[in-house]
Structure formats: structure tokens, C-alpha cells
Design a protein around this ligand. Structure first.
Ligand code: NAP
Ligand code: MG
Length: 404
């Protein structure tokens, strides 16, 4: 069988530790035998980031801007221990943070449903995709302790230099704490656009909730901007696509999410997205079955797994022991990116391959062959735990049989 050809290169961002090992195997067993893979390769492994003083991360983000689609392996975000372990000259910032800032993107996380892995919420039949607004609010706050007798005010210096002072509290009977947070119309608008765009792209309804009954200016601004962007730019296309935009109070949204079947995108303010994405990941079974897509309002996308570099397994691997690390989310990062590339370049064969790759991966699990994390939660009677490499080889056999 001749290999599938590509037009535009896919931007490939390699990473660290166990996921770097899986990355190479995925290419060797599942991609290269079938596709004449055309990628522009950037090594975001920590050693290369150190060698280039993190320039490689910036170059990779620029390449995604140029070509439109990227696929990324999990990477280490350095902390004190990593600085020692890798002899770093600097505590480099999270590559994901750098890329997200450069692409002005929003992250969408969706679980990968598989037979035998049942969500804790029995009504959830389809995936719930969470979009987190990753800017501002308490994540860029200014906060202070206040002593008894202190007074806190909100001071706004206007462009013309005049000042508006709003009382917060007088700490008359007790000391306490005070916090200043902000967001910008620009960032909220970008977030709204990314959410509407991705809803159209994936043909799913978009839900958004905030607390604008209590926060009548701050959260109200989020509600208003979403409404404005929807009416001006998306209403007509949503109607044509047969999908809906739905706003409600965050409390009501949460109640509806729990009772729902899934199959929609849930846009969350920063904090809500932080905690609710952990909640859905757990409820759907495993972080290793969660994909993550960075969508920029400029149309660029980057696909990755939601989990990290699985350090504990890597140290085992280094000792020569086989690991049972789940590669599903990383495989789906590749299939997602290849499908997007296929769509942009008009390559139906490549799109069919992406589909077959996902089917073969899920078929392996449904046939009872799975890694340890899934083995511990699967309800299949014939389940069997396999190591990382065996899983990929089994998936490759099924992929060759399925055809595309
Ligand atoms: P992690 O890599 O997600 O792993 C935490 C634990 O979750 C693992 O020890 C393992 O549990 C389980 N797990 C996660 N992914 C798995 C998989 N694919 N298959 C099987 N089990 C899986 O998080 P971490 O250990 O906190 O972080 C390690 C490194 O990843 C850190 O340096 C961090 O900076 C980085 N990180 C990167 C990204 C990213 O690039 N997107 C995201 C998060 C973290 P058991 O040990 O119980 O088997
Ligand atoms: Mg969290």
C-alpha cells in the first residue's frame, strides 16, 4: 500500500521524559509506516530549551503561526528540582504558557470515551469539552493582609488623570485580607471568539456561565461581551450549523451539566475552568484519556495530551523496566492535528487515516488490551494489562487491518 502524502508541514513539538519515549514509538509504529509524514520539527526537550535559552519554544510558536497547525508532546515546566537535575542556567517558563501567550489561544479539553471506561456520572454519554479562559482574575491578582483599623478602597486613575475612589471595607473590628483582580475586554473578546469558533468547528453547542447576579459589573462584562461577539459574528453561522449558544448563571449551568448527556462545549471563567476541568477529567475516568487543543482566534491550533511527562514511569523506563504508560491522549493529539491539516489542505485520505488511527486505538482497548491506569478502572471482563510498547504494536496491527 502506498503511503499517504501531505501538503503543508505539520509543526511537531517534541518534549520530555516518558511522553518523549512514547512520541518516538507512536511515530515509528503508527505514523511512519502509513503516512509520508511531513513535519517541521522543534525539539522542546529541556536540554534543547537550555541550549537555545528557550528560543526553540518561541521558534516553534512562530512556526505554528506560519503553518497553522501544531502537535505537541508534554514538556517539563522547570521548578527548583529540575534546575538542579538538568543544570539549567534559568528557570524557564512553561512552554505551554509561552505558546499560549504568543498564539493568544484558548485551551479546550475533551475526554476520549472508550468502551469499558464508564464515567462516574451515568448520564454522561458524550464528552464534555471544557474551555478555560486562561487570563486574569485571581491568577493575576494583587492581594494583601490588612490590620485592624486599616481601610481598603478601589482607586481607578482615569486616562484624563482624574481619580475614582470606591470604598471596599474598613477593617474596624478585625484585620483581614483584600484582593484586587482584573480582566480586559480584549482578552474576554478573544476568549469568546475562540469558543464560538471551536463550537462551529466541532458542531457542538456552546454553554457559558458566570455570576452576574452578584458581580453586576465584572461578571456582567463577560456576559455582555459573549452576547455581543455572538450576535455580531456568529449567530447566523450557528443557525446554519444547527447549533446553539446558551448563557445562564454559573450555578444553573453546573446543575444542567450534571444532568446532561454531554456533547457540548462549556466555556468557563479562569477559576471555574481550573477546577471544573479537574472535576470532569476525574469523572470521565483518567487524565490519560483527556485531549487538549489550543485554539487561537487567528485560526491557529495546537494539539496535545492534557497530562504531563509521567516522570515516575520515565525513571522506571531508565532503569530498563517496562512501563505501562497510556499513550492514547498523545495518539489523539496526532490524529487531531492530522485531521485539521487534512481539512485545511483538502486531503480526504489523510482525514480518513486520522479516523482509522483513532478507531484502531480504541479497538485495542475494547479488545481488552490496555495500560495499567485503564486496567484498574475498566469494566471489561477480558481485560489484560500490557506495557507501553505492546499497546502501540497491537494498535498498529489493528490499524493495518482497518485500512483507510
Ligand atoms: P503527570 O505527568 O501528568 O503524571 C502524574 C501521574 O498521573 C503519573 O505519575 C501517573 O500516575 C498518572 N499519569 C499521567 N499521565 C499518565 C499516562 N499517560 N499513563 C499512565 N499514567 C499517567 O504529572 P506530574 O508527574 O505532576 O508532572 C510531570 C511533569 O510533567 C512535570 O515536570 C510537569 O511540569 C509536566 N507537565 C507538563 C504538562 C504539559 O506539557 N502539558 C502538563 C502537566 C505537567 P502513577 O504514577 O500513579 O502511575
Ligand atoms: Mg486545576
Amino acid at each position: 500500500m502506498s503511503k499517504i502524502t501531505m501538503k503543508t508541514p505539520l509543526v511537531e513539538l517534541d518534549g520530555d521524559e516518558m511522553t518523549r519515549v512514547l512520541w518516538a514509538w507512536i511515530k515509528e509504529y503508527l505514523l511512519l509506516p502509513f503516512v509520508d509524514l511531513k513535519t517541521e520539527y522543534y525539539d522542546l526537550g529541556l536540554e534543547e530549551r537550555e541550549r537555545t535559552r528557550d528560543q526553540v519554544t518561541v521558534d516553534a510558536a512562530e512556526a505554528i503561526k506560519r503553518h497553522g497547525v501544531g502537535v505537541k508532546c508534554a514538556t517539563i515546566t522547570p521548578n527548583d528540582e529540575r534546575v538542579t537535575e538538568y543544570g539549567l542556567t534559568e528557570m524557564y517558563k512553561s512552554p505551554n504558557g509561552t505558546i499560549r501567550a504568543m498564539l493568544d489561544g484558548t485551551v479546550f479539553r475533551a475526554p476520549i470515551p472508550a468502551k469499558g471506561i464508564t464515567p462516574f456520572i451515568p448520564t454522561w454519554k458524550k464528552p464534555i469539552t471544557i474551555a478555560r479562559h486562561a487570563y486574569g482574575d485571581i491568577y493575576k491578582n494583587t492581594e494583601a493582609r490588612a490590620a485592624r483599623g486599616a481601610k481598603a478602597e478601589l482607586l481607578l486613575t482615569k486616562p484624563d488623570g482624574t481619580e475614582e475612589r470606591l470604598p471596599i471595607i474598613s477593617f474596624d473590628t478585625s484585620g483581614g485580607v483584600v484582593q484586587g483582580i482584573h480582566n480586559t475586554d480584549e482578552s474576554i473578546t478573544s476568549f469568546a471568539r475562540a469558543c464560538f469558533t471551536y463550537a462551529l468547528d466541532t458542531k457542538q453547542d456552546l454553554w457559558f456561565g458566570a455570576k452576574d447576579t452578584i458581580s453586576k459589573t465584572y461578571d456582567r462584562r463577560f456576559h455582555d461581551i459573549f452576547e455581543l461577539v455572538y450576535e455580531k459574528e456568529f449567530q447566523v453561522r450557528f443557525k446554519e450549523a444547527g447549533i446553539a449558544y446558551f448563557y445562564s448563571l454559573i450555578d444553573d449551568i453546573i446543575a444542567r451539566v450534571i444532568r446532561s448527556e454531554g456533547g457540548f462545549i462549556w466555556a468557563c471563567k479562569n477559576y471555574d475552568g481550573d477546577v471544573m476541568s479537574d472535576m470532569t477529567a476525574t469523572a470521565y475516568g483518567s487524565l490519560a484519556m483527556m485531549t487538549s487543543v489550543l485554539v487561537s482566534p487567528h485560526g491557529w491550533t495546537e494539539y496535545e495530551a492534557a497530562h504531563g511527562t509521567v516522570q515516575r514511569h520515565y525513571y522506571k523506563h531508565l532503569k530498563g523496566e517496562p512501563t505501562s504508560t497510556n499513550s492514547v491522549a498523545t495518539i489523539f493529539a496526532w490524529s487531531g492535528a492530522l485531521r485539521k491539516r487534512a481539512e485545511l489542505d483538502g486531503l480526504p485520505k489523510l482525514a480518513a487515516f486520522a479516523q482509522a488511527l483513532e478507531l484502531a486505538t480504541l479497538k485495542t482497548i475494547e479488545d481488552g488490551l490496555m495500560t495499567g491506569d485503564l486496567y484498574s478502572i475498566s469494566t471489561l471482563a477480558n481485560k489484560q494489562q500490557v506495557d507501553s510498547e505492546t499497546f502501540l504494536l497491537e494498535a498498529a496491527q489493528r490499524l493495518a487491518r482497518i485500512g483507510y
